[in-house]
Design a protein around this ligand. Structure first.
Ligand code: 5AD
Ligand code: SF4
Length: 482
C-alpha cells in the first residue's frame, strides 16, 4: 500500500505491528494454565459489512489462540457485533446481552464485549455503561483492528473499557480474516458513507467514505480465487463511488473490469449501489463482463419524488426507471433486480405510498427487502412529523409484500424453459439424488445430479418453477465455459 497515493487516512504499519505484539501477549494470558484452547463466541447482527468485520475479529482471535463455539454458555469470550440501522436490531442486542447477566455472575472471569454500529452512538454506549455493568469491553467501528490491545487490557486490568473514538475512520490493511464459508467470500472494497439519507444512521456510525487501494483489493481477490472461492461479493455502502478518494481516482467500473479479467472460475457480485451514482457505464460494464453476476441490487426506497427529496436521495423515480430500463435493455432475461424499500417515512401519505406500489409494479424485481421506517436518534428524519400510526404503516407494509409476492411468483413462472449459469453449492432437498445451485440472481434451482458437481458452475435449464425453488435439468455435462 502506498500512503502517498490517497487522501484517506491509513492505519500505520507501526500500529498494526503493535497489535501483532498484543496478539502474542493475549495468547500467553489465555493459554496459561489451560490444556485446552479457550472458546470465543462471536454473534453478528445486521449487514454483510458487519459479517465481514466479524470475520476479521475471528481472524485476530484465531491468531490469539481462541477456538470458536456458537454456544455462548461455553465461551470464555462473547462478542456481540451490533447493528444500528433499525430499532428492532437494537432491541434484540439489549435482550440478548441482558440474558447473560447471571452467566457472568456465575463465571466472573469470562469477557463480554460489544462492538459495531450501535456502540458508535453515544446514548447507547452510555446506556451500556449505566445499565449493563457486567459488560467488560465496548469498542467502536473505527478500532476493530485494535482488538488485541483492548482484549489484553480487559483480560489483565480491573476497569471496564470503552474505546469509541469519534473520527472519520481509516483503512487498516493486513488484518487477518477467518471466513465463515469456504466458497463464498465477502470482500470490502470501501468503508463508510457520505450520503446522509435523512433516515439513516450509517454515515454517523461508519464515518466518511474511504476506498481501499485497487492493488490491495486485487491481491486479496486473487488469493481468494487461488484458495478456491467461487462467489466473491464486493462490499461497500455505496460501491458506485468507489475510488473517488484515491489519487489518481479509480472508477468502480474499472475495478470490475480488472477483476473480471483475472484467470479462474468465479463469479463477482457487488452491493450496495446507490441510484444517484449508478452510471450507464457501470451497467455496460456489468453487461460485458462475463464473470460479473447479472444482478443489480439498486435500492429505490420510495416511488414518490416528494418522499425521495425528503429522504435526501438525489434522484427521481424517472431517473431510477431510466437506469433500470437501460439495464433490462442490455442484460435482458439474464438480469435480476433487487431493491430496498422503506414504508411509512415521516409524512408519507397513502397516495405517496401508492406511488411506491406502482414503481414496484414497473420494476418487477426478483425480490425486495422491505422495511417499516424506524426513527434513528440524531438523524434529520427523526425530527420530522410522523402522523401515520404504526398500525396503518403495518397495513401498507402488508400491501407491499403481498404485491411483491405476486410479482416474484410471476417472475419465477417466466423462467420456465430458460437456461441459467448456476453455481452448484450443495445437496438438494427435492429428492435424495438432487443437488442445489444458484443463478446470478440468487434463485435456487435444484436438479438431478451427482454430488461431484458441487463446487462447479453448470448450465441449468428450468423445467418447473415451484414456490421457493425451481426444478431444472443440466444442459451439458461439463463445467460452464467463460
Ligand atoms: N428505517 C427503516 N429502514 C432503514 N434502512 C436504513 N435506515 C432505515 C431506517 N431508519 C433501510 C434502507 C437501506 C437498508 C439497508 O435499510 O432501505 O437501504
Ligand atoms: Fe444509509 Fe443512504 Fe448511506 Fe445507504 S446510502 S448507508 S441508506 S445514508
Amino acid at each position: 500500500m502506498n500512503e502517498s497515493t490517497r487522501k484517506t487516512a491509513v492505519v500505520s504499519n507501526d500500529e498494526l505491528e503493535k497489535q501483532r505484539r498484543f496478539m502474542h501477549k493475549v495468547s500467553a494470558v489465555i493459554t496459561a494454565g489451560y490444556s485446552e484452547k479457550p472458546k470465543a463466541c462471536v454473534i453478528t447482527y445486521g449487514c454483510q459489512q458487519n459479517v465481514a468485520d466479524s470475520e476479521k475479529i475471528k481472524g485476530m482471535l484465531e491468531l490469539m489462540g481462541y477456538d470458536f463455539t456458537d454456544n455462548r454458555l461455553e465461551a470464555k469470550l462473547i462478542i456481540f457485533n451490533t447493528c444500528a440501522v433499525r430499532e428492532h436490531a437494537e432491541d434484540r442486542v439489549f435482550g440478548n446481552v441482558g440474558s447473560l447477566k447471571s452467566y457472568k455472575r456465575e463465571n466472573p472471569d469470562i469477557i463480554i464485549a460489544l462492538c459495531g454500529c450501535m456502540m458508535q452512538q453515544k446514548h447507547i454506549a452510555d446506556k451500556i455503561k449505566r445499565s449493563y455493568p457486567f459488560v467488560d469491553l465496548v469498542f467502536g467501528t473505527h478500532v476493530i483492528h485494535c482488538l488485541p490491545e483492548l482484549l489484553y487490557r480487559a483480560l489483565t486490568g480491573r476497569k471496564r473499557i470503552f474505546e469509541i473514538p469519534d473520527m472519520d475512520g481509516a483503512i487498516a490493511e493486513g488484518v487477518p480474516v477467518k471466513r465463515d464459508n469456504d466458497k463464498k467470500a465477502w470482500l470490502p472494497i470501501m468503508y463508510g458513507c457520505n450520503n446522509f439519507c435523512s433516515y439513516c444512521i450509517v454515515p454517523y456510525v461508519r464515518g466518511r467514505e474511504r476506498s481501499r487501494e485497487k492493488a490491495d483489493i486485487i491481491n486479496e481477490f486473487k488469493e481468494l480465487v487461488s484458495q478456491g472461492y467461487k462467489e466473491i461479493t464486493l462490499l461497500g455502502q455505496n460501491v458506485n463511488s468507489y475510488g473517488k478518494d484515491l489519487i489518481p481516482q479509480v472508477s468502480f467500473s474499472q475495478l470490475l473490469r480488472e477483476l473480471n479479467s483475472l484467470d479462474g472460475d468465479f463469479r463477482i457480485r457487488f452491493m450496495t449501489s446507490h441510484p444517484k451514482d449508478c452510471t450507464k457505464e457501470l451497467i455496460e460494464t456489468m453487461a460485458s463482463c462475463d464473470k460479473v453476476a447479472q444482478h443489480l441490487h439498486l435500492p429505490f426506497q420510495s416511488g414518490s419524488n416528494r418522499v425521495l427529496k425528503a429522504m435526501n436521495r438525489h434522484y427521481t423515480r424517472e431517473q431510477y426507471l431510466e437506469l433500470i430500463n437501460y439495464a433490462k435493455e442490455l442484460m435482458g432475461d439474464e438480469l435480476s433486480i433487487t431493491s430496498d424499500i422503506i414504508v411509512g417515512f415521516p409524512g408519507e401519505t397513502y397516495d405517496e405510498f401508492r406511488e411506491t406500489l406502482s414503481l414496484v409494479e414497473e420494476v418487477k424485481a426478483t425480490s425486495l427487502f422491505t422495511f417499516i421506517y424506524s426513527p434513528r436518534k440524531g438523524t434529520p428524519a427523526a425530527e420530522m412529523d410522523d402522523p401515520v400510526s404504526s398500525e396503518e404503516k403495518s397495513r401498507w407494509f402488508k400491501e407491499l409484500t403481498d404485491l411483491q409476492e405476486k410479482i416474484s411468483a410471476q417472475q419465477m413462472a417466466l423462467h420456465k424453459g430458460k437456461t441459467f449459469k448456476c453455481y452448484v453449492y450443495g445437496k438438494g432437498r427435492l429428492a435424495d439424488n438432487y443437488v442445489a445451485a444458484r443463478n446470478d440472481g440468487n434463485l435456487i434451482i435444484e436438479f438431478e445430479g451427482d454430488e461431484s458437481l458441487i463446487g462447479t458452475f453448470q448450465n441449468i435449464k428450468v423445467i418447473e418453477p415451484l414456490t421457493f425453488v425451481m426444478r431444472g435439468e443440466i444442459v451439458k455435462e461439463k463445467n460452464y465455459e467463460y
